[in-house]
Write a protein that binds this ligand. Structure first.
Ligand SMILES: Nc1nc2c(ncn2[C@@H]2O[C@H](COP(=O)(O)OP(=O)(O)OP(=O)(O)O)[C@@H](O)[C@H]2O)c(=O)[nH]1
Ligand SMILES: [Mg+2]
Ligand SMILES: [Zn+2]
Length: 479
């Protein structure tokens, strides 16, 4: 283990526990050095280095070990690379000629930022293994990864877009938490989808989200040992208390750096070979703290047979269904593949249960809501009269989950037993990303959704439930 000095941007913070980093400041530079008898890094996983408390400003924490949200390499903070700012320092050994150079710094400016070879102060950090950019929340906060898995056209991207759009607005109001882009540049694709769906100038315009491709902008190509490895670009967020939260500014312990993975459904198909050593695009399954498996009833013949199609959804209509993508492979097979890969990547033995929540997100609820008569999808959260604090009503979600489970058990018993064999913390949450069926644009003939009709149903609930299972300090619950 190298006993190397760590230089990093953190003004005036001192650490004085044995084995922690100590912050030194002199005229020339500000830097961290490690105190004597350091603890081995393995033992430090998930622990935080924190600043001495100061009630006026938020305390600062950095992590001993970081997990890269791109390649999932776990590395000590001291190995983190910086990204050169100088326009002349273009070209990186792993990312190619068009990317800025990555480097391990030796010089720093007075603010604690690394200075590159041409004297420019730098701000961005990168993984020492894949060299891809790691936003600042991932070195300060505990990370929380969520895999969004499911068959092609099951509704993953519509779900993700409506969910992040709604979380940005409801979390500050209801739970005094900010849900924000860890780096807007890295989330640009999702931000574009959100604006397109929910901030379109013309509310009558027909809008749609394109299919997620298996290659292109959503992926990063990295050269490692002369091999081209393609990683999926995750969507990265920070979740931390607002100034109205009682925890602010005392500590940021209850903050999370969130990574959301949205693949092309083809990457999960059992016969497709969508994941390999050079295309490790679904290996987040082995690192995630929660899996959302998106199940689309409109693509299942047994469901279609019992659904009366009250909204005349063209995806359920014999004449129009041909206009919509769907998979020829049964969704239970996709689920079996997701389970197989998760076991493999996590190194679970055959009888071991998945240790995290498995959330079966049953999508396109607007199209099959008639199968759940007399359920009113009221928000499963409420303000407590005595404290004024919002609490998550877990039982309201579990009651709905029980109803959906019975429905699935009746029509797809194999799927329910597969899910429950794999994980013990399972919940079935119905959602609609749109609240309405697709319509055809009279001018272009294209299918999509009119912005004015978009009314997502229970779109935040899977995420709130996942968080409530992780930390009730963030999402307080009542049962
Ligand atoms: N009725 C209804 N249709 C939906 C809803 N969400 C998505 N759809 C339809 O389902 C289609 C597929 O949705 P996507 O979100 O692109 O599916 P995906 O799982 O991301 O698909 P891939 O990117 O191919 O893996 C869309 O084109 C919509 O027409 C919903 O909430 N209600
Ligand atoms: Mg998609
Ligand atoms: Zn990496």
């Amino acid at each position: 283990m190298r006993n190397k000095t760590l230089y990093i941007i953190l003004n005036g913070i001192s650490f004085d526990r044995p084995g922690d980093w100590k912050f030194l400041s002199d005229k020339k530079q500000k830097r961290f050095v490690k105190c004597r008898n350091p603890r081995p890094y393995q033992e430090c996983d998930d622990k935080l280095m924190s600043s001495t408390s100061n009630s006026k400003s938020p305390s600062f924490q950095v992590r001993y070990q970081i997990t890269c949200p791109h390649c999932w390499t776990v590395f000590p903070l001291e190995n983190i690379l910086w990204i050169a700012e100088a326009p002349g320092l273009v070209g990186d050994s792993r990312l190619g000629d068009s990317q800025q150079e990555r480097f391990l710094p030796i010089n720093f400016d007075l603010a604690g930022n690394a200075v590159d070879r041409l004297g420019f102060s730098c701000k961005k950090l990168a993984c020492p293994y894949c060299h891809l950019q790691i936003p600042r929340p991932f070195i300060e906060m505990q990370s929380f990864f969520i895999s969004i898995a499911g068959a092609p056209a099951s509704g993953k991207s519509y779900f993700l877009t409506a969910m992040t759009w709604n979380l940005r607005r409801m979390l500050p109001d209801e739970f005094h938490y900010v849900f924000t882009d860890a780096d807007p540049e890295l989330n640009m694709r999702l931000l574009t989808y959100e604006s397109y769906q929910f901030m379109n100038d013309d509310e009558n315009a027909t809008v749609k989200i394109e299919k997620t491709e298996e290659q292109g902008d959503s992926y990063n190509s990295v050269l490692i040992n002369n091999q081209n490895i393609t990683y999926l670009q995750p969507f990265l967020f920070g979740l931390f208390p607002t100034s109205e939260h009682p925890d602010f500014p005392k500590n940021l312990k209850n903050s999370l750096a969130i990574s959301l993975y949205d693949n092309a459904g083809e990457s999960y198909l059992p016969i497709h070979g969508g994941d390999s050593a050079s295309l490790p695009v679904t290996r987040h399954l082995g690192k995630s703290h929660c899996i959302f498996f998106i199940f689309d009833p409109t693509q299942d013949n047994r469901f279609r047979a019992v659904c009366s199609n009250p909204n005349n959804d063209p995806q359920l209509n014999k004449e129009t269904e041909g206009n919509f993508r769907k998979t020829n492979i049964r969704q239970e097979m996709v689920l079996a593949e997701v389970i197989k890969r998760t076991r493999h990547y996590m190194g679970m033995h055959i009888q071991e249960k998945y240790p995290h929540p498995l959330i079966v997100v049953v999508s396109k609820l607007d199209a099959w809501k008639d199968l759940l008569p007399d359920i009113y999808f009221r928000n499963p959260w409420a303000k407590r009269i005595n404290t004024g604090k919002t609490v998550f009503l877990v039982d309201r979600v579990r009651d709905v989950s029980d109803r959906v489970r019975s429905l699935l058990k009746k029509h797809l018993p194999d799927m329910v037993s597969m899910v429950e064999n794999f994980a013990s913390n399972v919940i079935y949450i119905p959602i609609s990303a749109t609240g309405c069926p697709p319509t055809r644009d009279p001018e272009t003939g294209e299918w999509g959704f009119q912005m004015k009709n978009l009314k997502p149903i229970w779109i935040e609930v899977p995420f709130l439930y996942a968080l409530s299972q992780t930390s009730q300090d963030i999402i307080p619950c009542v049962f």
